[in-house]
Design a protein around this ligand. Structure first.
Ligand code: 16G
Ligand code: ZN
Length: 534
């Protein structure tokens, strides 16, 4: 095995003087630097599968919302979760080994983790539409073959589809089966659940979906073949920005990240006033809604607004089904959640809010502590997870009225519709459409549930971002010493002021967030905190 690994590794040499790190989104960088990293991630996938007794591990090759010339790679654990923390460090270790040391580090991990090399290793993988994908897949395959792993190539998929398939593969034929192990199985599961949840309801108007010219475009087009037409109880879904043949247009002036950071619709949008619009990111695990209000201009309905919409709807259903007292429902956010959304959940919805560090794995983990855990990052990445107890209650509770029976059936449908493994833009979009249809709400009524505090996000270039250490879910800096005191003193001068600084996990910079009662105060606070940090 060692010889095979060395020979294969030599075909994928590591660029000299590069230090790689498995961050919040796996490894991500210019695609030209990624060949050796993907090869070594393949080795880690084999080790991880063997360590877990031959359960299947997923590998996704994508750089999400980043520009077309970037790419990235991340690992998916057997139930479709993000890779276990400790293994991020093993991946980093192997990614940084000298070429000639790769077999040695591989073996030392095997020994340290007491992995039996005789155990089968199983891996599935997919990629987004980036031109660098096929070559990186080859590096992955070389590693899987050298490590003696069995593998299945799912070609082009959205990131959440790969998470879905990983879970389906590992639960196939068990009582926990998550669905048919195929891309078609994914569409069937979503569309069946959608039809059940929409029963007796009617969507009003169309929704225009900007697919960021990424893999979400063709996959949404595929999903539409399984969904009912608007005339037969479905939603009129119009797809735009679905060109996956011109590499350079991916995420370019479109997509969820563009809309969220620029606070405007993609320039290509032809939407009229009050038209419901949404944008996916390049690998379709994020979604943002928006519309143009004739009076107030562009209105963003971000991850916070999706979380509050979902929490209020599911809370109401649980009340109607007389389940509310038995189930713990909660919302998980990060420090980037608008203060107004947190207040709305706690005060208006009467639900607890938990704050975690940035990155889906932290939110997901915290959400599983609830029976119904709604988690979203403000940037549109999120989902709702249901505990075994909640699922059991949805299936066994005896309804005492037609209204109760309907609420229970909708809850059951939602638990099938909502991707339980990770945030999924396609599943989240159907969820939003279902809720708006149930409430007979236009985006304007949704928007009016609470008013966001004006806020500003600033990217600050610093000498060494690793000097910035935080605590309290990234809301306070402990190092460099003294900075937090200065921020605290400043924040007190602003009405409804809140601000924090944290090192980015994906870029070489520190991010400063500030919100306050007025636009000018929020801008001023952000700029003053940025000067403190610089
Ligand atoms: C990664 C995270 C995303 C987070 C972002 C923050 C996952 C799958 N992705 O893309 O959720 O919002 O990092 O980036 O966890 P930052 O650390 O640069 O602010
Ligand atoms: Zn993404």
């Amino acid at each position: 095995m060692a010889d095979q690994i060395l020979a294969a590794s030599n075909k994928h040499p590591k660029p000299v003087d590069r230090v790689f790190q498995y961050g919040t989104a796996g490894f991500r960088m210019k695609a030209t630097l990624l060949d050796s990293v993907v090869f070594r991630v393949g080795l880690v996938a084999a080790l991880r599968s063997r360590k877990l007794g031959g359960q299947t591990i997923g590998v996704m090759i994508t750089a999400s919302h980043n520009p077309p010339e970037d790419n990235g790679v991340k690992l998916v654990d057997p139930m479709g979760e993000m890779l276990e923390n400790a293994w991020e460090a093993y991946s980093t270790e192997l990614a940084n080994a000298k070429d000639e040391d790769v077999p040695k580090v591989y073996q030392s991990l095997e020994e340290k983790l007491k992995i039996n090399p005789e155990t089968p290793a199983r891996v599935i993988y997919a990629r987004d539409t980036r031109p660098s994908g096929p070559k990186l897949v080859q590096a992955l395959v070389d590693a899987l073959e050298a490590a003696g792993a069995e593998y299945t190539d799912y070609k082009l998929l959205t990131t959440p589809q790969l998470h879905y398939l990983t879970r389906c593969t590992n639960t196939e034929g068990t009582p926990q089966s998550y669905g048919d192990v195929s891309e078609k199985g994914y569409y069937e599961k979503l569309s069946e659940a959608f039809v059940r949840a929409m029963k007796g309801k009617k969507a009003s108007g169309a929704v225009t979906v900007d697919c960021a010219n990424g893999v979400g475009g063709p996959k949404l087009a595929e999903l539409l073949k399984f969904l009912p037409k608007a005339s037969a109880g479905g939603v009129d879904i119009k797809i735009i920005n679905d060109d996956v043949l011109k590499a350079e247009v991916l995420n370019h002036e479109c997509g969820a990240d563009y809309v969220k950071t620029k606070q405007r619709a993609p320039p290509s949008s032809k939407a009229g006033n009050n038209d419901r619009c949404c944008s996916l990111d390049g690998d379709a695990d994020r979604i943002i809604y928006y519309f143009n209000d004739p009076e107030h201009g562009f209105r963003l309905l971000d991850g916070d607004k999706i979380a509050t919409l979902a929490a209020s709807f599911i809370g109401d259903l649980a009340r109607e089904a007389r389940l509310i007292n038995g189930l713990k429902i909660g919302v998980v956010q990060t420090a980037y959640a608008n203060g107004a959304s947190t207040k709305y959940v706690e005060k208006q919805l009467g639900l607890p809010v938990v704050c975690t560090p940035t990155g889906v794995k932290w939110l997901h983990h915290a959400a599983t502590k609830f029976d119904v855990g709604v988690y979203f990052e403000a940037n549109g990445h999120g989902t709702v997870v249901f505990s075994q107890q909640a699922l059991k209650a949805f299936h066994t509770k005896e309804p005492e009225s037609p209204a109760q029976a309907a609420a229970l059936e909708t809850l059951r449908a939602l638990s099938d519709l909502i991707n339980q493994t990770v945030g999924d833009a396609l599943s989240d979009m159907l969820l939003v459409e279902i809720i708006l249809a149930h409430k007979s709400w236009s985006p304007r009524e949704w928007d009016l549930t609470y008013v966001d505090l004006p806020n500003r996000l600033v990217r600050v270039e610093v000498g060494d971002r690793n000097l910035f250490k935080t605590t309290d879910a990234e809301r306070k800096l402990v190092e460099p010493q003294g900075i937090q005191d200065q921020i605290d003193t400043l924040v007190k001068k602003y009405k409804d002021g809140r601000s924090f600084a944290r090192a980015s996990g994906t870029e070489d910079a520190v991010r400063v967030y500030a919100e306050a009662a007025t636009r000018s105060e929020a801008d001023d606070l952000a700029s003053k905190v940025s000067s403190i940090v610089k």
